[in-house]
Design a binder for this molecule. Structure first.
Ligand code: ATP
Length: 285
């Protein structure tokens, strides 16, 4: 069974408060993109999970969210066959694109089908939440509002067609450290998420892009000037909006002109050869 696991971006990301349990209450507009990892599942006679991945620095054991997803369902349903999982990563790792969560989501769906477990999407989402807060959204896909710690989901109207330029600079940020450094009570300007929802309902791309904003940039951008530099590069190249996705460091730009987006991609690849730069578009549910 061949699966694709798509990367997400956050068109808007607001943090409302820090909760007593240390997590943050968020309000995020999530969007699936056409960048994806490939996952191949095949049943084995011998019990257990055999896992391979094409990158040496991605764990090929229980620390991989895709492995964990398969094990969770196979243990619960007492699956006695074995499973081979081959993961080919194309989504940059630790990038703010939910790479691990989307692999887990795809494996939950794939294992459910492969072994005929009969779980509904909702039942898969409930189990996905125990693996990571973004996993339920990755199961749902499309455009969605994510609240709570990211697991309370409301499907939204599709984003109007556009080009999305993704650029991951060759730096690393830790999601945990970014949230740890955020002073949720000191955020001065919260993104207009409600306005963005209205713009989505109207199918108004400019209304959406005018409101693209991510409060986590207040933490990462001052530490890593390359983030603002990428944003400026994309704006100069014609992006309607360019902001950081998730906890970064990937920056995305939204273009209503495919040729301009392609030219901007080429220019950025030339200027920043160590960055990973990819042109894609929104993916619908
Ligand atoms: P998010 O947007 O949810 O913060 P991310 O894109 O920043 O996610 P991931 O690519 O999911 O981050 O990876 C974060 C860490 O998780 C990696 O450093 C890696 O060790 C671990 N990991 C576990 N499973 C996977 C997977 N399937 N793909 C990539 N990384 C994984």
């Amino acid at each position: 069974m061949e699966l694709t696991a798509n990367a997400k971006i956050n068109l808007g990301l607001d943090v409302l408060r820090k909760r007593p349990d240390g997590y943050h209450d968020v309000r995020m507009v999530m969007q699936m993109t056409g960048m994806y990892d490939q996952i191949s599942l095949s049943p084995l006679k011998k019990p257990g999970i055999r896992f391979t991945v094409n990158l040496p620095y991605v764990p090929a054991n229980e620390n991989n969210l895709a492995y964990r997803a398969a094990k969770l369902l196979m243990d619960e349903f007492g699956v006695t066959d074995g499973l081979s999982i081959r993961l080919s990563k194309f989504i940059p790792v630790a990038a703010g694109l939910a790479g691990g969560s989307t692999d887990a989501a795809a494996v939950l769906k794939g294992v459910n089908k492969l072994f005929g477990l009969g779980l509904s999407e909702e039942e898969l989402m409930k189990r996905g939440k125990t693996i990571g807060a973004d996993v339920p959204y990755c199961i749902m896909g499309g455009t969605a509002l994510a609240e709570g710690i990211g697991e309370i989901l409301t499907p939204l109207p599709d984003m109007p067609m556009c080009s999305i330029l993704l650029a991951k600079p060759a730096i690393s940020v830790s999601t945990k450290e970014v949230y740890g450094a955020l002073r949720a009570d000191a955020i001065e300007k919260h993104p207009d998420i409600d306005g963005m929802l209205d713009a989505l309902r109207e199918g108004n791309l400019r209304g959406i892009t005018e409101r693209c904003s991510n409060v986590l940039e207040d933490v990462t951008a001052p530490q890593h000037p390359i983030i603002r530099a990428f944003e400026e590069e994309m704006k100069t190249g014609g992006a309607l909006a360019s902001i950081m996705s998730g906890s970064g460091p990937t920056v995305f730009g939204i273009f209503d002109n495919y040729d301009a987006a392609g030219a901007c991609r080429n220019e950025m690849r030339r200027k920043y050869p160590s960055a990973k730069i990819f042109l894609t578009s929104p993916v619908r549910r």
